[in-house]
Design a protein around this ligand. Structure first.
Ligand code: GLV
Length: 328
C-alpha cells in the first residue's frame, strides 16, 4: 500500500523523523529553510499531514490551496498560528503539544522571575563590561521573591505549576486571575486566591503572564495596566508576544514606573522592539521556556504521535477541534 505523505516544516530531532518515516513518506527540512507562504503551500501539495513548530500560519487561504491536507500537528502547546475554526470548516484536524512541557515551562517562568527581580542579567553585563571596581551597598539591589505576593494571570497547567513553586518553595502569597476560577481543590493545591485583574495588578509584587494569545487577550497588559502596578513590581511574560504592549512596557521601564521585566516572548518575534533592547532593567530571552533537551523531544514525539494516530487510525492524542473524530 502506498504510504501517505507528510511535510515537516522545520528542522527537528532526527529520531522523530525516523519514527515518522516508518509510517509515511516524509519530506523534512533539516537545513531549516524559512519558507515563504507560497513555498510552504507548494511543499504541501499532495501531503496529508504537516508537522509545524508554532510559527507557520495555517489559515483558510492555505487550506484552500492544499486540498489533500488532513492534519496539522503543532509542536507547541500554544496554537495561535492556527485558525482553528477555519481548519474545522475545511475538515483539517489541529493538534497541539500540551502537558509534556508544563513543568519545564513553569521552571523557566520561575527562573525568569528570579533573574528579573534579582537583576541577574543587568549585573552580569556590568561585570563582563569590566565595570565592577568596588562594592556599593545598593549595587544591583533588587526585590525579594520569598514572602512576596505573586500575581499570575492565566492559571492553566503552567500557571498552576508556577503557583506551586511560589507558594510551596518560596512562601509566596499567590493570587491569580483567569477566565474561569479554579475549583477549590486546585486552589488549595496551589495555595492561590482568585482576584480581579485590577486588584492583582495593584497588589502583586511580581506579575507573571501565562495566558494563551487570542484577539481577546491582545495587550492584556498595556499602558493602563502598567500604570496600576507598583513602582517596585516586576512583570514576566512567558505567554505570547502581543499579550503585552511592548512599546508601552519599554516606556514604563525607562521611566521606572515598574522596577523590571522578564520577557521570553515578543510582539513580532524574532524581532524585538528596539526600545526594549536599550533599557537596562529587562531580562530578554528568545522564546525558550520549554527548551530542555528532554522536553523538546517529548513535544516532537507528541506531534509525531498525533500525525501517526490520526492518519493511520483516525485518532489523535491531543486534538483541538474534537469534532473531527472520524478517520480521514
Ligand atoms: C511555546 O511557546 C509553546 O506554545 O509550546
Amino acid at each position: 500500500m502506498q504510504k501517505l505523505k507528510i511535510l515537516i516544516s522545520r528542522a527537528i530531532q532526527p529520531e522523530v523523523i525516523a519514527k515518522l518515516a516508518r509510517h509515511f513518506e516524509v519530506e523534512s527540512n533539516q537545513p531549516d529553510v524559512l519558507w515563504t507562504k507560497p513555498q510552504f503551500i507548494e511543499k504541501l501539495q499532495g501531503k496529508q499531514g504537516v508537522f509545524t513548530t508554532g510559527g507557520e500560519r495555517i489559515d483558510a487561504e492555505l487550506m484552500a490551496a492544499c486540498p489533500s491536507l488532513k492534519i496539522c500537528a503543532n509542536m507547541a502547546v500554544g496554537y495561535n498560528n492556527f485558525d482553528v475554526p477555519a481548519m474545522t470548516a475545511a475538515g483539517v484536524l489541529a493538534t497541539n503539544a500540551p502537558d509534556v512541557l508544563t513543568e519545564t515551562t513553569a521552571d523557566f517562568g520561575f527562573a525568569l522571575l528570579m533573574a528579573t527581580a534579582r537583576r541577574m542579567a543587568e549585573s552580569e553585563h556590568f561585570l563582563r563590561a569590566g565595570l565592577w571596581t568596588r562594592w556599593r551597598y545598593d549595587m544591583f539591589a533588587g526585590s525579594d521573591i520569598h514572602g512576596s505576593t505573586l500575581g499570575i494571570i492565566g492559571m492553566g497547567r503552567i500557571g498552576q505549576g508556577i503557583a506551586r513553586r511560589g507558594a510551596h518553595g518560596f512562601g509566596m502569597n499567590v493570587i491569580y486571575h483567569n477566565r474561569t476560577r479554579l475549583d477549590a481543590a486546585q486552589e488549595a493545591e496551589c495555595k492561590a486566591r482568585y482576584v480581579g485583574k485590577e486588584e492583582l495588578l495593584k497588589t502583586a509584587d511580581h506579575v507573571v503572564l501565562v495566558l494563551p494569545y487570542s484577539p481577546a487577550s491582545h495587550h492584556t497588559v498595556g499602558a493602563a495596566e502598567l500604570a496600576l502596578m507598583k513602582p517596585t513590581a516586576t512583570l514576566v511574560n512567558i505567554a505570547r508576544g502581543g499579550i503585552v504592549d511592548d512599546a508601552a512596557l519599554a516606556v514604563a521601564l525607562r521611566e521606572n514606573r515598574i522596577a523590571a521585566a522578564g520577557l521570553d516572548v515578543f510582539e513580532g518575534e524574532p524581532k524585538v522592539h528596539p526600545d526594549l533592547l536599550t533599557v537596562p532593567n529587562v531580562v530578554l530571552t528568545p522564546h525558550i521556556a520549554s527548551a530542555t533537551v528532554p522536553t523538546r523531544l517529548a513535544m516532537a514525539h507528541l506531534a509525531a504521535d498525533n500525525l501517526i494516530g490520526y492518519l493511520t487510525q483516525g485518532r489523535a492524542v491531543t486534538a483541538l477541534n474534537a469534532l473531527l473524530k472520524a478517520a480521514p
